[in-house]
Design a protein around this ligand. Sequence first.
Ligand SMILES: [Zn+2]
Length: 294
Amino acid sequence: MALPSLLFAYDSTSNDFKQYMNLLEKQNTLYGWKDIKPADIPWEYYRTTKNKHPLMFVTFGNSTGNCILFLGGVHGDELPTVYFMFKLANYVKDNPALFKDKCIVIAPVINPDGFLSALPTRVNAGGVDINRNFPTKDWRANAMRQWMAKGKIKRYYPGAKPSSEQETQFQVALIKKFKPQKILSVHSPLNFYDYDGPSSDLNSFELWMEQICKEVDHPLKKFGYYPGSLGNYAGHERNIFTLTLELPSSDSKHGLDYFQKFQPSILKFINLPVAGSPPNVKLIKNYEKSGGAS
Ligand SMILES: [Zn+2]
């Protein structure tokens, strides 16, 4: 699935891209992530960060509908989230029969500058928290005001203006291009599932989530959303089923444990039938009958 041809695509066989793959593989070796192979994946990229790192993604499956978008490494110091997404990309690539009628988009490292910095950082190279920089309706009124009221903690700096950062524009472009009905963004270390999305369908989806959370023994929390957060932009404002998986720690050692623990619930989320395009996306009737919609 190619992006519109008017956009200039970088060459993922170029030396610059190979260099980036080498950097990632070096980092993966440092963390002991020997079982993931980023270089095997047919990445695309159209943008780079302040430090000139590619903002890459991959698409799998034949469907153009019922698309699911996966985001990892939004905060560069949440190390196992990056492992998780690379592992997922390898898994989907190695099992094409399972996903051929799906549309799966995976962007494993949203904030490569933070992830690849000598001491990985939550914020990007411009010092901005990418999960406070989305152009939500309440950004101008509240983002800066709330940040200042909470003590101007650098880790949560929302940026000078909404969508000021390449990493934010990248995610907005993915949402606009692929119009995903579902998004899964993986973070750490708060240890819960959180959900933002269509409120008319909230009850049936919450029942589904409660079941999933019981199965994986992971609590569901309504954490709320912030000015400029993905949950606000995609879930609240655009009615996309937006799940945040907060892993239990940011320790790079636990990548594989977490992938194994959460993989069944991720596969169920991929397979969860929804109909329509945002903003009118719904769980489909068959599910509502069996799941008990309000
Ligand atoms: Zn995070």
